[in-house]
Write a protein that binds this ligand. Structure first.
Ligand code: ADP
Length: 615
């Protein structure tokens, strides 16, 4: 017998279970039955693929057994089982992506509020046994292993592991139950009525029989194959929890049925809370694939594009081979067709949420909007449909987001573009000088602060025939004829100064010109329409990409006293001290947009010199 230590993250999770922060302890049984069901799925699949495998698949099932005098509860399956290495790797460690992050959040939340809903977002699976048991024994045998394995632990720092000569195929998990205790909401789990109730509630849809005292206690009906009118919301919610490892109920349930040459049924869910791995590199995506009620694979990415990775569910196709592989799926035309329909259905469901349940729509958007927007780059066919379900912050409201349709409905007479500005934060955008004139004239500007926004705005040409126009790029054309001729006169007055300034700032800017977008600030820097934005530039640099230096355009506000002063001094023949002043004006413009100075120490020295002169 060998004694091994749990990996430290596993140990932390176990401590959480032992001290049982989650009030609904019944769910441990759902987790064990769910694991057993997965193990049966896997064995059946393996036996299809490997005809030489010596296993009996005639009567795959799950048994729940209790012994009131010993106070034990056992969940047994004759599924795939685990090898010794599997047990150490799968039960002794937590390899799930996001565990560290989850534990961190959990700690923060616990110290903040004393309780935790977060646990619900993370499938804690097998470890939930320790909510109700003070010792757990697992015996398992994999078809390829010669001997079985016994694993045992009290959930403290260590577990023991040992060989077993006569273990049957599959896995049994025996819980040595804590004393039942009404106050601690710990019922007597050895009671058949209690077991039956929990299995019915949480695991009725499991496709394998769950037996108690020789009797099947679940109905085993695939939800997606039952008439929609007969399935309750609670049943959908339990099924969703089973496949998603999210302990919350789904926000929306979507059913689809396609008849004809290629028949399939789909049952999809939109989450009320974003999966923890939504923005992780190795996060899960895709739905479960079944063929005629037989489970084929988890995370079938061929059926759901990456930007809809928050959609969970099942697709059951009638005409695929049970042996279908990922390679085949990738090339299959029917699969591509199916995927297209699924995507359209998901997008149209979100759209109808928007009008029928706006609060839920907003919740969904807040959770997964940043992922959904990735589709604007990757899914050209559905770009318009995606734009329709997007929401953005805007200068129209401090707290409410706006849809593009609502923006367009508020556009001013003669306004041709949808104005937007990208930046690091709402505050940075709102305070940026670029917005001044638009604001003064009452134009609404979208405030885009997600990383992905920097990218899609350049590749999406228009919404509803209105093109997107950055207020920090190109020329802003907001002037009346009168204003235009006044501006032309000003431009003439300032021409010599602008030319000279361009020479002074040659290394930094490609042009110095007068601005029509400023009312209160002296200056701002802008890009040409095709230039990449400073934020994007920073991102590329952070990724280690070398970029050629991007020169931008310095715009001056001719009505500002500082700019007027520059001109007077210039015309008076001043050059040397004016050079410093020009550098300062350029630096201020960069700072105002949240940009970075090329040479901060020089800027500081220039400012210090100026301030000194005021005494
Ligand atoms: P999850 O089920 O969310 O992956 P668990 O902690 O419940 O997490 O289980 C970890 C892993 O241990 C499973 O993914 C599975 O590979 C293995 N496992 C658990 N229970 C069984 C079982 N009854 N039969 C075979 N393997 C199992």
């Amino acid at each position: 017998m060998e004694t091994l230590e749990f990996q430290s993250e596993a140990r932390q999770l176990l401590q959480l279970m032992i001290h049982s922060i989650y009030s609904n302890k019944d769910t441990f049984l759902r987790e064990l039955v769910s694991n057993a069901s997965d193990a049966l799925d896997k064995l059946r699949l393996e036996s299809f693929r490997d005809k030489d495998m010596q296993v009996d698949t005639d009567d795959l099932h799950i048994v729940v057994e209790s012994d009131p005098s010993e106070r034990t509860l056992t969940v047994r399956d004759n599924g795939i089982g685990m090898t010794r290495e599997d047990v150490v790797r799968l039960i002794g460690t937590i390899a799930k992506s996001g565990t560290a992050e989850f534990l961190k959040q959990l700690k923060e939340q616990q110290s903040a509020s004393g309780s935790s809903d977060l646990i619900g977002q993370f499938g804690i699976g097998f470890y939930s046994s320790f909510m109700v048991a003070d010792k757990v024994t697992l015996v398992t045998k994999h078809p390829h292993a010669e001997k079985g394995v016994r694993w045992e632990s009290t959930g403290e720092a260590t577990y023991t592991i040992d060989d077993v000569d006569d273990a049957p195929q599959g896995t049994s998990v025996t819980l040595h139950l804590k004393p039942s205790d009404d106050e601690d909401k710990l019922p007597d789990y050895t009671e058949p009525a209690k077991i039956r109730e929990i299995v019915k509630r949480y695991s009725d849809f499991i496709t394998w029989p769950v037996r108690l005292g020789g009797e099947d206690i679940n109905s085993r009906k695939a939800l997606w194959a039952r008439p929609a009118s007969e399935v309750t919301e609670e049943e959908y919610a339990e099924f969703y929890r089973h496949i998603s490892h999210d302990w919350n109920a789904p926000l929306e349930t979507i059913r689809m049925q396609a008849e004809g040459t290629f028949e399939y049924q789909a049952l999809l869910f939109l989450p009320a809370q974003a999966p923890l791995d939504l923005f992780m590199r190795d996060g899960k995506r895709g739905v479960q694939l079944y063929v005629k009620r037989v489970f084929i694979m988890d995370d079938c990415a061929e059926l759901m594009p990456e930007y809809l990775r928050f959609v969970k569910g099942v697709v059951d196709a009638a005409d695929l081979s049970l042996n279908v592989s990922r390679e085949i799926l990738q090339q299959d035309r029917q699969i591509q067709l199916m995927r297209r329909r699924l995507v359209k259905k998901v997008l149209s469901s979100i759209k109808s949420l928007q009008s029928s349940r706006p609060d839920d729509y907003r919740k969904l958007w807040g959770e997964v909007g940043a992922a959904l927007k990735e589709g604007l780059l990757s899914d050209h066919d559905n770009r318009d449909a995606i734009l329709e379900v997007c929401s953005f912050a805007s200068t129209h409201s401090d707290s409410e987001l706006t849809t593009l349709a609502a923006y367009v409905s508020r556009m001013k007479e003669g306004q041709e573009h949808i104005y937007y500005m990208t930046g690091d934060s709402r505050v940075a955008v709102e305070n940026s000088p670029h917005l001044e004139a638009l604001r003064a004239k009452g134009y609404e500007v979208l405030i885009l602060t997600d990383t992905i926004d920097e990218m899609w705005v350049d590749s999406v040409p228009a919404f509803d025939g209105k093109s997107f126009q950055s207020v920090a790029k190109g020329q802003v054309d907001l002037e009346t004829e009168e204003e235009k001729s006044a501006a032309a006169a000003k431009a003439e007055e300032f021409a010599a100064l602008l030319e000279w300034m361009k020479g002074v700032l040659e290394a930094e800017v490609k042009e110095v010109r007068l601005s029509s977008r400023l009312t209160t600030s002296p200056a701002c820097v802008v890009g040409d329409s095709y230039d990449i934005t400073p934020t994007l530039e920073k991102m590329y640099k952070a990724m280690g990409q070398e970029l050629p230096k991007i020169k931008r355009i310095l715009e001056l506000n001719p009505s500002h006293p500082l700019v007027e002063g520059l001109r007077t001094a210039f015309e008076g023949g001043e050059r040397e001290s004016l050079t410093d002043a020009v550098e300062l004006v350029h630096g201020l413009a960069l700072l105002a947009e949240g940009g970075e100075l090329g040479d901060p120490s020089r800027f500081v020295k220039l400012v210090a010199d100026r301030v000194q002169r005021t005494f």
